[in-house]
Ligand binder design. Structure first.
Ligand code: PMP
Length: 351
């Protein structure tokens, strides 16, 4: 009753199934990483001086910015650190997108963008992808807009727009080009748009430690852009937006690049295996460049994606289904450990 009218109309965010910490389930519904974070994270937690918690954290997460700058070959002034990339998304709206401005996004895309646009009274223009979910950059450019938001690899499709197309978009577009690379570490080859920030003052690349670094729980996102864009984000953030524990853990995880590489390799192999298994059961499952697979159950098996999701949940295996325009009868399955994927496959075989 006290909310602003446009907030009153918003549907609340409903997270997928969240088990209690001690509940043994196979959770493949939120694109989390099934492996623990680097052992260096455990060490950092064990040696953390808890008495420091009486102080505020470093306001700009300075040491983590430096770590990110050295790993990704940019200047610390070109790095922003946030409380999850979800916070960075909100800040992009706060800093760059006035009320009544227009953003263009391919559809389907990460659903938070629509919610963030509504909260900030920005108009989202969705441009449908092709039937096989390919993004058409001409169609994105054809709509007059203040910003284009591209999730790459896309969620929930798992498909990658080649970096050459992203570069072409950067060359031809004059508005703000936001590239959400939450899943980029799972893509094959040199797929990132990160080098574009050096030539294009309108490009911002956002990332997260949630997926490839197995750190959903600490809430740490980061962004790369030219120093001027980063400064605007800094002006709009909360004073101490990244907690001290989060900064400590993020720095420890970032320093262990070999663990990251090994985990990604393992997940990519499991992804290939799972896609093969799904296809062997008649599912249509396009190649994915993320840590999840979007697939369609075969009509011949007689169950919808929703029914399969419910039957799996009865066996404590959680996946997500979609049944919306362009995403009719789809299952999105996060890549689990080898054992988890095998259990899923054995259950799907019986359905
Ligand atoms: N972008 C995309 C495309 C995502 O799928 C997610 C996770 N659901 C996020 C951003 C947010 O990630 P986080 O806030 O955990 O960094």
């Amino acid at each position: 009753m006290y909310a602003k009218p446009h907030i009153r109309e918003l549907a609340p965010y409903i997270p997928g199934f969240q088990p209690a910490a001690d509940q043994q389930v196979i959770k493949l519904n939120s694109n989390e990483n099934p492996y623990p974070p680097s052992p260096q994270v455990q060490k950092a937690l064990q040696t953390f001086d808890y008495s420091l918690l009486r102080r505020y954290p470093n306001a700009t997460a300075e040491y983590v910015r430096e770590e990110l700058a050295s790993i990704y070959n940019v200047e610390p002034s070109q790095v922003f650190c946030g409380n999850g990339s979800d916070e960075i998304i909100a800040l992009l709206f706060r800093a760059f997108l006035p009320e009544e401005s227009t953003i263009v996004l391919p559809y389907p895309t990460y659903s938070l963008y629509k919610t963030a646009a509504r909260i900030h009274r920005v108009h989202p223009e969705f441009v449908a992808t092709s039937a096989d979910f390919r993004v058409d950059i001409e169609a994105l450019l054809a709509v007059p807009s203040d910003a284009i938001i591209l999730v790459n690899p896309n969620a929930p499709t798992g498909l990658l727009l080649p970096v050459e197309s992203v570069a072409e978009l950067a060359r031809r577009y004059k508005g703000l080009l936001i590239i959400d690379e939450a899943y980029i570490d799972f893509a094959d080859g040199a797929a990132t748009a990160l080098p574009l920030i050096h030539e294009h003052p309108n490009v911002i690349v956002i990332r997260t430690l949630s997926k490839s670094y197995s750190l959903c729980g600490i809430r740490f996102g980061y962004a790369f852009a030219n120093a001027e864009l980063i400064q605007s984000l800094d002006k709009c953030k909360d004073s101490y937006n990244v907690s001290m524990l989060t900064q400590t853990i993020a720095a420890a995880a970032l320093r262990d690049q070999s663990y990251l590489a090994a985990t990604i390799q393992r997940l990519k192999e499991s992804r290939r295996e799972l896609i093969g298994q799904l296809r062997s059961l008649g599912y249509s499952a396009p190649d994915s460049q993320a840590n999840f697979v979007l697939c369609t159950p075969p009509a011949s098996r007689g169950l919808t994606a929703r029914q399969i999701t419910e039957k799996l949940a009865e066996q404590h295996v959680y996946v997500r289904y979609f049944d919306s325009p362009l995403l009719e009868d789809k299952l999105r399955i996060s890549i689990g450990t080898e054992e988890e994927n095998e259990r899923l496959f054995q259950l799907l075989r019986t359905m």
